[in-house]
Design a protein around this ligand. Structure first.
Ligand SMILES: [Zn+2]
Length: 125
């Protein structure tokens, strides 16, 4: 049967959806197979086709946002490269947020480069 919440197909023995954990509703009693109903209202809405959870797809990119933004403040190269790698993996999983992570990380590294040019570290003479 299909989950009424997320549309995931579950074994008929499952009481709860393996994907979202919502209880699965039995739409038809098992014991009355061949009784034609006199009035047939639509018993259940048409099951929606299975679709990947939009949030789950972007989880990796959202995780990558953390080092990307932190790279503006501390360790721009280390955190920036970490964020770029995470963003690239997220992009491979077709999450457009991965591109955003890469852009932010590159921006953090670029800002740091320009910052060092405008405000060079004090030299010991
Ligand atoms: Zn479900």
């Amino acid at each position: 049967m299909f989950c009424g919440e997320c549309g995931t197909e579950n074994p008929n023995t499952n009481q709860f959806c393996k994907n979202c954990g919502k209880p699965l509703k039995k739409t038809q009693p098992v014991s009355a197979p061949a009784q034609p109903p006199v009035i047939s209202p639509p018993a259940a809405p048409v099951q929606e086709p299975k679709k990947p959870s939009a949030i789950m797809k972007h989880v990796l990119a959202i995780i990558g946002l953390i080092p990307a933004i932190a790279a503006f403040f501390v360790y721009p190269y280390v955190l920036g490269i970490i964020a770029i790698i995470i963003g690239a993996v997220a992009l491979k999983k077709k999450s457009w947020l991965g591109a955003l992570v890469i852009v932010i990380a590159v921006a953090a590294i670029t800002v740091d480069l320009f910052y060092l040019q405008i405000f060079p570290p004090p030299r010991i003479i």
